[in-house]
Write a protein that binds this ligand. Sequence first.
Ligand code: PMP
Length: 405
Amino acid sequence: MTILDKFKALQGAYETVQSAGHDPFTVCFDEVLSPSEAVLKGKRVILLGTNNYLGLTFDSSCVDKAVEALMQAGTGTTGSRIANGTYGNHAELERRLAAFYGTRAAMVFSTGYQANLGILSTIAGRGDHILIDADSHASIYDGCRLGHAEVIRFRHNDPDDLARRLSRLKDAPGNRLIVVEGIYSMLGDTAPLKEIAAVKREWNAHLLVDEAHSLGVLGSNGRGLVEQAGVEADVDFIVGTFSKSLGAVGGFCVSNLPDFDVLRIACRPYMFTASLPPSVIASVTQALARVQEDPGLRARLNINAQRLYHGLEAEGFILGPQVSPIVSIRMPSTEVAIAFWNALLGAGIYLNLALPPATPDNAPLLRSSVSAAHSGTQIDTVIATITAIGSELGVIAPRSHRPDM
Ligand code: PMP
């Protein structure tokens, strides 16, 4: 007996995945050439599962700002801000984030995961209730587990179910905090935010929206689903990440609540971990400026998302419920999902294999994320390759057997 015996079943499942070909959890690129291409075992592959929505990882202005900061301020801060002090560019990024969202305050965390961990575990305490969408990201679940509030799940994207659960709490003391995401990471669907905001007002709750996948993607200024749905006045906290549209690493929370800054001395996942290197902060600050200066990035992303979604839909694949930069294809079984993923990698396309229990409805998925940096030709290659493999594996009917072709 060892302390790791409890992972035997997990290890067994992992070995099944590994034995089918490439190991999806240890893919190691020889070289990453651009936001949309890499070299894997000597062969070029199209990157279709990176969350690099705006393709800013190689943006020359972001790279230049990072290099400049690296030369000026060194490789790292070597500690947390409450112990080692704040480097000027962290405070500047917080001012820019607050100005971008039009909020009083912004707080930068070392990852988006830690932002959720820190904010959720700290703002909701003993005697409070957190109501989370059932399809919430792991960082939201973990943030709830770290804190002392009571946690209630409501049905995915179901404001009526949320209202029902709030009504049952009407005589309970404490605060209520509703947590939803802008775009859900597995199927790419958006939250019905207007309706959720109405429920929040009716029951006098607080509302937090995680815009990890929607910052820089939705809204006429790129401020996410909150902007697109026109509910900025109803949202108390927006959490986001720098690891997707902003092309680096890190997380943040913005808020209009007057005492928000007290969290700097109360929120342990902010206080007891090193702050981000100044070079990361510099590239993120520049990426945020690019989001604001160049709406063309968002427009290109949207065109590519439409092209991939409608292209695959027309071939008969079962996709998420709406067009989004996250395009997920539902697989009939885990075995087919694994075989499909391996065949795609062999054919030069790298995307995400998403298996139960990490997926909604326990459905195996091939999850892709589109970038503004993809060319139309790359998207068309992807559609043709997925279609060929999909008919070979029987996921869709072969073209010759379709009645209208
Ligand atoms: N929230 C959501 C909805 C996410 O999908 C993710 C990352 N996949 C995170 C938070 C965590 O972000 P980060 O990568 O910055 O830790």
